[in-house]
Design a protein. Structure first.
Length: 180
């Protein structure tokens, strides 16, 4: 009888191992743990004057009041606070293309390149629809590099200040991003 029964120590170790957590995915033995980060900053879209950071590269098509057809390339300053002299944290590099025939509505594609603090050297890539006359615009975060590898999330854009004569604008961004 005793010879056919499984020793209690083996039973215990089988039981214990089934209770242990499944090993998680790891890169170079460092366990990956997904986290949510919230970034808050201001985006300075200067389209007028000699120091413009967003410039049209195609003119709008004449029959459309929405500016349909116009593409602007930007290298816009990102700051911690709402004034241009606030701490610079990076640049928004990319373009916004007027892609709506009926209202001001852009296809916006940009890399948020961070140059300050712990995200210095990391990039978030944003691609989405931006209708600048709407109070809040939501744009998907589709990827990233550096500390933002595997990033996904969304950005909420709100116009903080707009010069109705020049269309220079300061936009508040809240970005929520999942990454490892
Ligand atoms: C452009 O920037 C320079 C250097 O910051 C400044 O001295 C100049 O006044 C600016 N020009 C305009 C038109 O804003
Ligand atoms: C920064 O700019 C704002 C307005 O744009 C001004 O009121 C403030 O005095 C400036 N601060 C510094 C430190 O230059
Ligand atoms: C950001 O990183 C670059 C390259 O490593 C470095 O030269 C620069 O001083 C850093 N900037 C800040 C504000 O830490």
């Amino acid at each position: 009888m005793a010879s056919s029964s499984i020793p209690i120590s083996i039973l215990l170790s089988i039981l214990l191992s089934s209770l242990l957590p499944v090993p998680s995915i790891a890169i170079k033995n460092r366990p990956l743990k997904e986290k949510l980060s919230h970034l808050h900053f201001y985006f300075h879209d200067i389209v007028s004057g000699r120091n413009a950071t967003a410039v049209p590269v195609t003119p709008p098509l004449k029959p459309f009041l929405s500016g349909f057809g116009q593409i602007n390339i930007m290298d816009d300053l990102l700051t911690l606070g709402p004034t241009p002299n606030s701490t610079a944290i990076g640049r928004a590099q990319g373009f916004y293309a007027s892609a709506s025939q009926s209202e001001l509505g852009f296809l916006q594609a940009m890399n948020l390149e961070f140059t300050h603090g712990k995200y210095n050297g990391s990039v978030l890539t944003v691609l989405g629809r931006n209708a600048p006359l709407h109070a809040v615009r939501e744009l998907p975060v589709v990827g990233g590099s550096g500390l933002f590898r595997f990033a996904r999330g969304y950005a909420l854009a709100r116009t903080h200040w707009l010069d109705p004569a020049s269309f220079d604008a300061i936009v508040e961004y809240n970005v929520y991003v999942m990454h490892y």
